[in-house]
Design a protein around this ligand. Structure first.
Ligand SMILES: [Zn+2]
Length: 320
């Protein structure tokens, strides 16, 4: 039920593979209307902006809302320290130095705020998973890539601009090659693409009919992180090793984050984090082993229950 139009915020999520727009009631975290579309990457930044503005107008119309109170933008890539400019995108060409909040603000006739997607998701998760209880929370998104958002003293901590790049901290010296060109980054072991890559490599030597082979019927192109985890659960020893390496690396990274920031909560979100049981079984003993005695039992480990909505919800709460 629409009660107060002043609490209705237009949230825009510019992802590498999809665009999403929603009207969020920030009084209760309800998404009142939502539209999604694949990112037209071949049309560059201009095509994404045009498509997103159309989606934004559509959700406002769906809610019979003439104008939102403000707009919150989540961008899937680095933004400038003052959050006024997109720096670039790894997925879509033409995003260098685009003043996106200004463009959006002019279109919808209201103020617009922006941050990167990990920070937006962290804020959404802090509001609606953690219910704003912890003063200090680390949110880690484990999906195609891995990023973290730091809520410190109840606000997003950005450093000079891009704090929280946990995906590219080294967890295994001289480990597997990462997309960034380094070796042994957390992302090179634990991201969805990395688990799938390790699975495909293992499939080359897999016995016909083994759980890993069965999970994808021997077709390497079908093998994704979910199927590798499934094969590990079915007792495939090689898949088990891949999962063990992936979630041990995550445990080391989380222990390091706890030692650095002493958060009350570490929140895990993203597609790979749906393997909650498998993740905890490997990760908990590693975290226990890696933590200094003073840091033990001080931090709660929690999984997001928002199923991907945290990014839009957090975008709606971004400070202007
Ligand atoms: Zn890397």
């Amino acid at each position: 039920m629409i009660t107060d139009a002043h609490s209705h915020v237009l949230a825009l999520d510019f992802g590498g593979t999809k665009l999403a727009a929603a009207v969020v009631d920030i009084q209760n975290g309800q998404i009142l209307a939502q539209q999604r579309q694949a990112t037209p990457a071949e049309q560059g930044a201009d095509g994404s902006i045009k498509t997103m503005l159309t989606l934004g107008r559509q959700v406002l119309k769906d809610c019979t809302l003439a104008a939102p109170a403000r707009v919150g933008i989540s961008f899937g890539g680095p933004v400038s320290g003052d959050c006024r400019t997109v720096l670039m995108s790894n997925h879509v060409p033409g995003w260098e130095n685009v003043p996106l909040p200004q463009l959006v603000s002019e279109t919808f006739g209201c103020p617009a705020a922006m941050d990167n997607d990990a920070n937006a998701a962290a804020l959404g998760s802090w509001w609606y998973d953690a219910h704003r209880e912890p003063d200090h929370m680390v949110y880690i998104q484990i999906s195609t890539g891995i990023g973290a958002g730091l809520v410190l003293k109840r606000e997003i901590y950005r450093g000079a601009a891009i704090a929280g790049e946990i995906g590219h901290i080294t967890v295994v010296p001289n480990g597997p090659l990462c997309v960034c060109g380094k070796h042994g980054c957390l992302e090179s072991l634990t991201a969805g693409w990395a688990i799938a890559r390790a699975g495909r490599k293992a499939l080359e030597n897999a016995v016909h009919g083994s759980p890993l082979w069965q999970a994808c019927q021997g077709d390497a192109d079908r093998l994704d992180a979910r199927l590798v985890i499934q094969a590990a659960n079915a007792g495939d020893p090689t898949a088990g090793e891949i999962i063990n390496d992936a979630f041990s690396a995550l445990g080391i990274a989380i222990a390091n984050m706890i030692l650095l920031y002493d958060p009350q909560t570490v929140m895990l979100g993203g597609g790979v984090a749906r393997a909650q049981r498998e993740m905890l079984a490997v990760m908990e003993p590693v975290i226990e082993r890696e933590l200094h005695p003073l840091s033990k039992k001080r931090c709660k480990l929690q999984f997001s229950g928002l199923e991907g909505r945290e990014t839009l919800l957090g975008a709606a709460h971004l400070p202007l």
